[in-house]
Design a protein around this ligand. Structure first.
Ligand code: PHE
Length: 515
């Protein structure tokens, strides 16, 4: 290893093998997005026809930007702010934008994991009873009017504290002992559990109707820009890209590591899991329709939190052996969600650690404590569900798209680092990226994303969202984006206290020079 401080922190922890890295990256990608987001989004956006925009989004933006994230982190060897700073000083702000956005996501993502944990327990005696909607919104969440409430709901607060405590312990343990180890155990377990669930679902009466409902294409949907927006947003969220999280994960990968091939494995695994989840969920819904002697399109509540926490419990209650099915389903949600949230917190903690020159443990504890206090304060109150829905909408349809546009334009056009990053990837990987990669990342992606963003913002401004009051959307929707932008600016302006290696020389050039 090259001596001297110029060669990125030599003590930087690494994944112990490519398998460790791949499992961790799959753990980050496969999450609530695959299980509670994808099936509903696909169904609402043209069913089988959705697979076309989905695949187009995966190939034109998903995989190329995943490689971009990997290249930045692997070459510059830091969490997002430090990596971008080393690429070009002012780009540090982009790193913080992504990290603050991830922080926002973590705050509500934890709440959904906490609900899953509660429902895992409820499943054993089907505690949600007959009217699962009334149970979820009323008895469990005690949802009030959209607003700001300070009434804590203990049924949510307790599991939420448990989730944050577990996250804190894992992050404090670090990359190898904490994050990697959790993924090595949880990911195989998740695949087994979910695989079993799908097999069971497929043997239920009515399963085939469910699959038909999901996969029968509605070609007209392809002409609707909203469907394309949904596909791109789904891919970003699902692959955890443009959040700065994969930059951080790649920075912990050993120097000689096949980055692009790992990326293909991760992307393929994530999409396979997503489609598997779609099959499992819709086969189950087919059974529900069968029980109620109706058709899927007559059923309500097929997306978002309602799908998992209202519709699913209703099906589970009707199923022979429902308690086991329910426990496995909610257990799988907890496993999938947990391996994703620790990736976010690792990204945030590492960024803070590097900027402020803290030890890993201090950064981990500080970040997790701050995050958990906000999370508990906002989302275990009676206004939690509506706040969550609004923040999620803005973070994922506006925030992440802005982040991806900024990232591709800055890297390719402003700082012109794309050729360097491409050469870097090709030096370490067996799957080589051609010039077409630069064209996709610098040309197609920003154009498509900007078109989408304009559309989406226009709709949100003119039509609002879900009929929530305008002031509320201003505070929780646009406010979220404003907060992320201001947060990014402030964090960038604070003087750098940790080591930023002003004269940072990237490997492998460094080694070649010294030879
Ligand atoms: N990819 C995760 C999911 O599908 C969510 C996530 C988003 C994780 C951003 C990390 C960063 O649920």
């Amino acid at each position: 290893m090259a001596g001297g401080s110029a060669a990125a922190a030599p003590e930087r922890e690494t994944w112990t093998s490519s398998t460790g890295f791949i499992l961790a990256a799959v753990g980050s990608a496969v999450g609530l997005g695959n299980i509670w987001r994808f099936p509903g989004v696909a169904y609402e956006s043209g069913g089988g026809a959705f697979l076309i925009p989905y695949l187009v989004a995966l190939l034109t933006a998903g995989i190329p930007i995943l490689f971009l994230d990997y290249a930045v982190g692997h070459r510059y060897r830091g969490a997002a702010p430090l990596s971008y700073r080393r690429m070009a000083r002012p780009a540090e702000a982009l790193g913080w934008f992504q990290i603050v956005l991830s922080f926002v996501i973590a705050v509500y993502y934890a709440a959904v994991i906490a609900w899953s944990l509660s429902y895992f327990v409820f499943a054993f005696d089907l505690r949600w009873g007959e009217d699962t909607a009334a149970f979820f919104v009323g008895e469990y969440l005690q949802v009030g009017e959209p607003g700001i409430s300070t009434t804590l709901v203990s049924g949510v607060a307790v599991p939420l504290v448990l989730v944050w405590a577990a996250v804190l312990v894992i992050i404090a343990l670090g990359v190898t002992k904490g994050v990697q180890r959790v993924n090595i155990i949880f990911i195989p377990l998740l695949v087994l559990a979910f695989g079993g669930l799908v097999v069971r679902a497929l043997t239920l009466p009515g399963a085939a109707d469910g699959l038909n409902a999901l996969f029968t294409p509605d070609w007209a949907a392809l002409a609707d820009p909203a469907v394309w927006i949904a596909a791109y947003s789904q891919i970003f969220f699902s692959l955890s890209i443009a959040f700065g999280i994969m930059v951080t994960y790649a920075s912990y990968q050993r120097r000689r590591a096949n980055m692009t091939s790992s990326g293909l494995v991760v992307a393929f695994a994530n999409s396979s899991f997503e489609i598997l989840a779609g099959i499992g969920v819709f086969a189950t819904l087919g059974f529900l329709a069968h029980q109620q002697a109706t058709t899927i399109d007559q059923l309500e509540g097929l997306s978002g939190p309602i799908l998992s926490f209202v519709t699913f419990p209703a099906v589970i209650s009707e199923m022979p052996g429902g308690a086991v099915f329910g426990a496995v389903f909610f257990g799988a949600l907890v496993l999938a969600g947990f391996t994703s949230i620790i990736s976010i917190l690792l990204g945030v903690a590492a960024s803070v650690q590097e900027k402020f020159g803290l030890t890993h443990r201090t950064a981990a504890v500080t970040v997790c404590v701050v995050c958990s206090v906000i999370s508990i304060g906002l989302f275990s109150t009676t206004s939690g569900l509506i706040a969550l829905d609004t923040v999620d909408q803005w973070a994922n349809n506006v925030g992440i798209v802005v982040s991806a546009i900024a990232m591709t334009v800055l890297i390719v056009w402003v700082f012109r680092t794309a050729p360097v990053l491409r050469a870097h990837l090709n030096r370490v990987s067996t799957f080589r990226v051609g010039r077409v990669w630069v064209v996709l990342v610098g040309g197609l992606a920003p154009v498509v994303l900007t078109t989408m963003l304009v559309q989406r913002v226009r709709t949100l401004v003119t039509e609002g969202y879900e009929g929530y009051p305008a002031w509320y959307l201003l505070v929780f929707g646009w406010g979220t984006i404003g907060l992320v932008a201001v947060g990014a600016l402030v964090l960038t302006l604070i003087p750098w206290r940790g080591r930023d290696d002003a004269g940072f020389r990237a490997w492998p050039e460094l080694e070649e020079e010294q030879r």
